[in-house]
Design a protein around this ligand. Structure first.
Ligand SMILES: [Ca+2]
Ligand SMILES: [Ca+2]
Length: 353
């Protein structure tokens, strides 16, 4: 029934069905909430939507194929051989031999990495502009939209009519840690798994609600059971070369935030839109820690930042969607898809768990 009504709505809005990338989003309500008394962060004045997941390789590869076929002047694709990067490129970037991007086998559902602040902002612009397929980066695809680029870098901030954006620091924080039912004394958790206790480092699973992909080698913990033995994927405390340490987005099926986001703690760091000036240099604030780091890095008290030009094997992003007032069918489609997704997850959880 839901599928039927969704199909009807989308048939009236062809731009929805033509879109290549469809990011599952969750609503973040309770606008005007007070911030976290322990850090001062997490107060957001208006409602918004945020990605249920980190942006995946499949999403980002569709972006590359739309805006970086005839050259890639901004280096949106990274020429790394890291096992934490899952997008390959062929061709030579010309009209006669355009670049073509493909997702490596097994990497479609992993978070994209080796993306810097500007790559993430350009991806947001592309979504804001309706995912145009021009083959190159220009005004109306990547250079204007939610953000107006002036040159290769340098972002003047979120435009007033922006829709798809990087989460502000406060938007990211609220989605991760806010929960009006958290406790009698605080509306915020320490970890994005709705917990004040340190999560467990282990492989993706369906039954441990307080687990994530990060590094924890607990003192006195029995070794060899893949529970707090070091890296979540390998259960080893030593880094193994040539190994992929990323996990499928949403793989920790019980470890979601109050609003229903997954992996805000661990897997990959996530860029926020917010920048900070340190000794005359601009840095982008990032949150959530990663597969490579310990629990403190994904906790609410940790404030981290990075050179916005840097690309790493443990940094990705997720996006926020600012609802446009008065665009009924478009909003309805998004809500319908989210409802279907939740239904599927619940079915999987109860039927296969
Ligand atoms: Ca153990
Ligand atoms: Ca993350």
């Amino acid at each position: 029934m839901l599928r039927t009504s969704l199909a009807c709505v989308c048939a009236l809005a062809p731009w929805v069905t033509m879109a290549q990338v469809d990011l599952p989003m969750v609503d973040v309500g309770d606008p005007g909430n007070p911030g976290d008394p322990s850090t001062g962060h997490g107060s957001v004045g208006a409602g918004y939507r945020i990605g249920r997941f980190e942006v995946r390789n499949a999403d980002y590869a569709a972006f590359l194929n739309s805006v970086a076929r005839f050259g890639d002047p901004h280096g949106l694709w990274s020429p790394t051989n890291s096992p934490m990067y899952g997008i390959s490129r062929s061709g030579s970037g010309t009209v006669g031999s355009p670049f073509l991007y493909s997702v490596d086998v097994g990497y479609a559902g992993l978070p994209v990495t080796y993306v810097n602040y500007y790559d993430a902002a350009r991806f947001a612009n592309w979504l804001h502009n309706g995912q145009p397929d021009t083959g190159y980066a220009t005004n109306g695809t990547t250079e204007t939209g939610s953000y107006t680029f002036s040159g290769a870098t340098g972002i003047p901030g979120r435009n007033p009519d922006a829709t798809w954006v990087l989460p502000s620091q406060e938007e990211w924080y609220k989605a991760a840690f806010y929960d009006p039912t958290a406790s009698a004394t605080s509306n915020f958790w320490t970890y994005a798994t709705r917990s004040d206790a340190i999560p467990n480092s282990r492989r993706p699973n369906t039954n441990d609600a307080n687990s994530a992909n990060f590094f924890r080698n607990a003192t006195g913990d029995p070794a060899g059971d893949f529970l707090n033995d070091g890296y979540g994927v390998t259960g080893e405390a030593t880094l193994r070369a040539g190994t992929n340490y990323l996990t499928e987005v949403g793989g920790y099926e019980g470890g979601f935030s109050y609003f229903g986001t997954f992996d805000q703690g661990g897997n990959v760091w996530e860029w926020t839109e917010t920048t900070t000036n340190l000794s005359g240099s601009i840095y982008g604030i990032r949150y959530g820690g990663s597969w490579a780091l310990g629990a403190v890095f994904m906790s609410a008290v940790n404030l981290d930042f990075d050179d916005p030009l840097d690309r790493h094997d443990d940094v990705g992003f997720r996006l926020v969607l600012i609802p446009e007032p008065g665009v009924g069918p478009w909003v309805l489609c998004g809500a319908g898809l989210a409802a279907i997704w939740v239904g599927r997850r619940r079915w999987r959880g109860s039927g296969r768990g």
